[in-house]
Design a binder for this molecule. Sequence first.
Ligand code: 4NP
Length: 162
Amino acid sequence: MTKKGKHTVLFICLGNICRSPAGEGIMKSLVEKAGLQDEFEIDSAGIGNWHVGQLPDSRMRKCGAEHGYNFNSHARQFQKSDFGRFETIVVMDNENYRAITSMASCQADKDKVVRMADYFSRHAGERIVPDPYYGGPEDFELALDLIEDGCRGILAQCRAAE
Ligand code: 4NP
């Protein structure tokens, strides 16, 4: 719980067109299904600025649609000010972790950065959500499956904290 009594969760990946928009879309869907949309603020952002303004990659949108999700956010770049807006900043891999924590200006902000893998249950033991961008459909499927697993864990932890 944080400011305004809401859980504020920001999903991060490199480009904000594959993994983190899937995190945003899946988390929003889970929260909505639980009737908790008023208690959450959920967003996503990328480390790079190459895809700013774009919808998620068509391969991730297709994969999401096949699993009942609509990924329709527009890419934006992470800003240092996001540390002030979000209590939980969820990164997909170790490069993401290094990039975001290196922008933190205090330990409290650094502590907001967590790995999606920390919340895995079905995939316990895996340490990252691999980047599917240069891969095939099976890589998008795996990313979506890992992200679903992690988002369920994040929701469970938020509910347990209430
Ligand atoms: P994402 O995937 O970080 O999951 O959005 C990528 C998207 C674009 C690029 C790399 C990864 N890129 O190099 O443009």
